[in-house]
Design a protein around this ligand. Structure first.
Ligand code: ASP
Length: 455
């Protein structure tokens, strides 16, 4: 029996079932809105009240962290089991190569489109041109401590060693350090190796991994029950501290980033979903409410990964082996929103500091924004250290990052949402390609999805 056949039948006899209760994302949405409202009002009326700080630090912050940690603790096992099972399910090396090549191609294309949209907007609107000198200095002073923390660590090294380090010396250490690229590399190798050894030896290992995967999903189900409260707490902490005042100082810049993200969602991702995924974009957007809300409130692609996998499988009928393969890769490497944000921010700060970037320098920004978006960790603020590297490369003072730190939370929430949507769109495309390669009727799931989307 060919490897692909045994693995397809055996590995996915039982698919990992994750039940997202129907009303849950409505509840999470409510948590989000109420948290923002209550936090914003508290900031407005009682900005410096000690009791507010006490509640924020001792009740809301820990509550939000418990929720985030519940999700984070599932990330290593879910990435390892889903990628290994995904690769073993895809089976033969040739199919894996073709699907893998298309996955990376799609990631690169969508990320580059996003960065280009960002650069076009920032060149047209020029939000950094009009920022008064005093505002710039005031913001630099206010957020200097945050930036200093990053400066002492310095921008990370980026070069040949970045690629060498993708191959872990020790997979257990990679998992312990949450070094996702290295963990993914090991899981890809491990899954591929399981298809090469005799079936009777591979099968027990696959069964164990399936069992681990199912148990982790049960934990995620518990974590998601906490989500409405966790989300309330996370948003409250941000809005009660910052309020909305700072938005007025950097209004134009925030506007350009958000406009870019919206344009990339409505034109970029929708276009890619229609063209490559052959799916009605409206049905796509209607189906992915839960990961949108989770991405927005956690600011972490990694923390949203379990919800993305569940939604791709349940709402979009993406085959588990494809969701398990594409989405963990995407959560680590495919960050459309981040590359757009980086492009806009680097150019905005260049405008603020009066650094004139030539067209070539801007192209370097696009390429580096795509590369660093691949390298950024899918955690809150994961891209900031790498963005300082892009700034330094094109001659924009990296400590200028202090200027935007105050608004970064809201931008992080928004760009993470787009990162997650880009990943799910990739899984829709790869699922269609796989169905075609397997000789299955690609129209059937499309009809199913559209019916669900319209319901
Ligand atoms: N928070 C983002 C994510 O998890 C990464 C970043 O842009 O900082 O996708």
């Amino acid at each position: 029996m060919p490897a692909s056949e045994f693995s397809r039948k055996a590995v996915f006899r039982k698919t990992l079932v994750y039940t997202l209760p129907m009303k849950l994302h409505t509840k999470i949405g409510l948590g989000l809105v109420l948290g923002a409202l209550v936090g914003g009002l508290c900031n407005f009326f009682f900005e410096d009240a000690p009791w507010l700080e006490f509640i924020s630090e001792n009740i809301m912050f820990p509550a939000g962290q418990v929720f985030l940690r519940m999700l984070f603790m599932t990330v290593v096992p879910i990435v390892f089991t889903s990628i290994t099972l995904g690769v073993a399910g895809i089976g033969d090396m040739k199919t894996l190569g073709r699907l893998g090549g298309r996955t990376f191609g799609y990631f690169a294309l969508s990320t580059a489109i996003a960065a280009t949209i960002g650069l076009t907007l920032v060149n047209t609107i020029k939000p950094g041109g009009g920022l008064p000198e005093e505002t710039r200095e005031e913001l630099m002073v206010k957020f200097a401590t945050g930036a200093e923390g990053m400066m002492t660590k310095g921008p990370p090294d980026f070069g040949v060693s970045t690629f060498v380090n993708i191959v872990p010396r020790n997979p257990v250490a990679a998992a312990a350090d949450m070094d996702m690229l290295a963990l993914i590399f090991f899981a890809l190798m491990f899954g591929a190796a399981l298809t090469m050894i005799p079936r009777e030896r591979a099968q027990p290992v696959l069964n164990v991994l399936e069992g681990i995967g199912e148990a982790i999903i049960a934990i995620i189900n518990w974590a998601m029950k906490l989500a409405p409260y966790g989300v309330f707490a996370l948003i409250f902490v941000i809005t009660s501290e910052f309020g909305w005042g700072i938005l007025t100082q950097l209004g134009m810049y925030v506007f350009v980033v958000l406009l870019g993200l919206i344009l990339h969602a409505t034109i970029g991702i929708s276009g890619l979903v229609a063209f490559f995924g052959k799916m009605n974009p409206i049905a796509f957007w209607r189906s992915i409410g839960a990961p949108i809300i989770t991405g927005f409130s956690t600011s972490s692609s990694m923390a949203t990964l379990p919800t993305s996998i569940a939604t791709a499988e349940k709402q979009l009928d993406v085959q588990p082996k494809i969701a398990g393969f594409v989405l963990p890769l995407g959560a680590t490497m495919n960050m459309n929103g981040t590359s757009l944000f980086e492009g806009v921010t680097v150019l905005f700060l260049a405008q603020v500091f009066g650094v004139d970037l030539s067209l070539t320098a801007q192209l370097v920004v696009v390429v580096l924004a795509v590369l660093t978006a691949i390298g950024a960790a899918g955690v809150p603020g994961g891209s900031l250290p790498l963005m300082m590297l892009v700034m330094a490369t094109v001659g924009v003072p990296p400590e200028g990052i202090a200027i935007i730190l105050g608004v970064d939370r809201i931008l992080d929430m928004s760009r993470t949402t787009l990162n997650v949507c880009g990943d799910i769109s990739a899984s829709v495309y790869i699922d269609r390609v796989d169905r075609e390669m397997e000789g299955l009727d690609p129209a059937e799931p499309v009809i199913l999805r559209e019916q669900k989307g319209a319901a």
